[in-house]
Design a protein around this ligand. Sequence first.
Ligand SMILES: C[S@@+](CC[C@H](N)C(=O)[O-])C[C@H]1O[C@@H](n2cnc3c(N)ncnc32)[C@H](O)[C@@H]1O
Length: 235
Amino acid sequence: MKNWEQTYLQYQPRIPEPELMEEPNQVVSYANADFESAHSMIMNLFQNRLPLKFSPHSVLDLGSGPGDMSSRLFQMFPNANFTFLDGSKLMLDFCEKRLSTFDLKKRNNKMVFKNELVQEFVPESSYELVFSNSLLHHVHNPYEFWSAIQRSIDDDSFTFVCDLLRPNSISEAHHLVERYAKNESEILKNDFLNSLLAAFRLDEVTEMISNIRMNHKLNVEIISDRHWICYSKPK
Ligand SMILES: C[S@@+](CC[C@H](N)C(=O)[O-])C[C@H]1O[C@@H](n2cnc3c(N)ncnc32)[C@H](O)[C@@H]1O
């Protein structure tokens, strides 16, 4: 057997999962899960990669889910208007409820909650920041996700995408679930496993970026044993 054949056989193939998270038990488990350490690590890296004194007036959060990342963005950018998009109505309701706990009287930011598929999203104008965490692996055709990103930005926008990294084998995926979701509900553990297996490898993401002719604009980086990020290159 040739070397490349051996390497190829080591790859765990992608196993897509349903796009939307709509089952009430699934949504509640996700909304109540403890993502503090992963999400704060991602947000620290995000902040470190932003241009100096970046203060966007318009922020888009694609696949906002129940709004943990959305509320972090909301706190980080006090002068921005926000669009939170999720195809799952139940997830978006959780997101809206979470954001409503902030004292909105002190701020007059506009907040739009869009219950729409990312594939169908056509913004009226571009956003200064386009952010997405953990959506891409849900989308069956990943190029539909990148097209939505391209429709939402202009030359001055900052893009930040983070997602899971597909492990090399199913047993490695099980280890990651045990390591990082040991105390979570069975539903969440199962969703995490399915998400790891539906996720993309770094070489696949790099190939997508190159195919959409964005490789001169975006960096791709592995940031942990289960995450990668993709973000605008400094100008
Ligand atoms: C794993 S959650 C991530 C939520 C949030 N960004 C976070 O970091 O916690 C993925 C979210 O994307 C939504 N989603 C999946 N496919 C979608 C699509 N095609 N269009 C819009 N939303 C989608 C799901 O409903 C779910 O709420």
